[in-house]
Structures are given as C-alpha cells and as structure tokens.
Design a protein. Structure first.
Length: 252
C-alpha cells in the first residue's frame, strides 16, 4: 500500500513516528498547582538529611559522627552499621531475569547505607535526623567520612574490559546479567539476505523515569493502627510498598 507522505495525511498526523506528543502536565505546574514534598506539612515533623560520598569508588575506613550527634536540634545520627545491627534488611532486586544460559543474574547485596565501600558519587553512608532542615544539614556537614579512593570508570564499555575496577566482588567483569531475547538465527539470516546492511555504534543515554524530586519523601506512623503512610514521587506504589516492608521487617 502506497501511502503519500503529506502534511494533511490523517494517519501520519495521528500515528506517525516522531509525531510531537502534547505535554499534559504543564498547566498544573505553571499554575502552581503541583504537589511537592514541602506541600505536605505534617505536625511535629522531623527532618532527615543524607551524608553522601563525594568519591566515585572507594573503601570506607571510618565514619565519625561524634560531633554531629551533639549539634543543636539533632535527635540522632545513624550509619549502615547501626541499621544492620538493628536488623534492617538489604535492598532487593525487584525484577531478576535469567542469563542467556539460564543461570540466575548476579544480585549483589546492597544496603540502604554503604558499609564497606562506596560505589558511586552520592552513595549514602549516613543520615541525620534533626528538628529542622537547617539543623539536619549543618549536622550532616559535620559528619567526617574517611574513604580510601579506588580507581573508577564512567563508561560502560570500559567497565566491561578485563582490567577494569570491579564494583561488586560477586559480579566479576561488572556484568550482572547477559540477557538474550529473540531468534538470533533468523535475524542473522535476514541480514545475510539483505540488499544493504548498515552498521553503526549508538550511545544510548540512561532512559528511565526521572522524578522532579528523586530524593525526598514524607512518612508518618500511627501507633494505634500500626500503620505507616509513606509519600514519595514514584512510578510503582505496590513495588515500593513491598520493598519498604521487607526493609523494615513489617507487614505490607
């Protein structure tokens, strides 16, 4: 079927690849009707601030929280060792997929706060809770983290080379999964019979949902009903609910 490519072609205007898609969220945001973390005002709310690594890859030699714990308004400072001692669980892989040979993918243990190594700039190593946000920020800056820097790479192809620094010891070669989908023989046959074949290397940026507030949330606990209410920008309420329940060792 020969469909003419014309600006007034209704099919192209409705279904054409690359056709602009009108944004739906702008009126709400431009009129100041969006909902952000600071719009949720809870009575007697406390504030938490994370202490994050400024090193991309390194061994944690020590975390000094002594000064931060004595600062005005601070109610507590916790490290990964504190969470582990309290019995909080590690982060879990939500969608494990098999390798092409059927073996399970690598799922290195990841805790909410780094305990042995930091593996990216911004890796959380401690968190401070205080009466105000300013007091929490001040105390977070007083936490001293001693990190012995290790070599790091920022290119996925470089990370897959034999001599690249290893991020997780139980994921050799920095490969967590070698996944295959489709019918390789048929694809190879199609290329072999094609009149023309073009080969090119494409660099794809990280394509993933990106919330406007990726590092903020509010939470409350009702002792009478033993119920937690957690509010955060996310795209999977049930997945987050079950992951949080597993971390806190509570019923979903």
């Amino acid at each position: 079927m020969n469909v003419p490519i014309a600006a007034d072609n209704a099919h192209l205007l409705k279904f054409g690849i690359g056709q602009p898609v009108p944004r739906q969220e702008d009126p709400t945001l431009l009129k100041g009707q969006g909902r952000y973390s600071d719009d949720v005002q809870l009575p007697n709310a406390l504030h938490a601030v994370m202490v994050r690594s400024q090193v991309a890859h390194g061994v944690i030699k020590g975390i000094d929280i002594a000064e931060a714990k004595t600062m005005p308004g601070v109610l507590g400072v916790w490290t990964g060792a504190d969470l582990n001692a309290a019995g909080y669980g590690p982060l879990k892989t939500l969608i494990p997929v098999p390798n092409r040979d059927g073996s399970p993918m690598k799922t290195p243990t990841r805790f909410s706060l780094a305990t042995d190594k930091v593996r990216f700039v911004g890796d959380p190593v401690a968190f401070v809770v205080a009466e105000t946000l300013a007091e929490a920020k001040d105390a977070a800056e007083a936490v001293l983290v001693d990190i012995e820097a290790l070599p790091a790479v920022t290119d996925a192809r470089e990370a897959a080379k034999p001599d690249a620094p290893i991020v997780f010891d139980d994921a050799p070669g920095n490969i967590c999964v070698d996944y295959h989908y489709g019918e390789a023989d048929k694809v190879a046959d199609a290329f072999a019979k094609a009149a023309h074949v073009t080969r090119l290397r494409l660099i794809s940026n990280r394509i993933v949902v990106c919330a406007m507030e990726p590092r903020s949330a509010t939470a409350t606990y009702d002792k009478a009903t033993d119920r937690y209410t957690f509010q955060a920008g996310n795209q999977g309420a049930f997945g987050l609910k079950h992951q949080m329940a597993a971390l806190l060792n509570i019923k979903p």
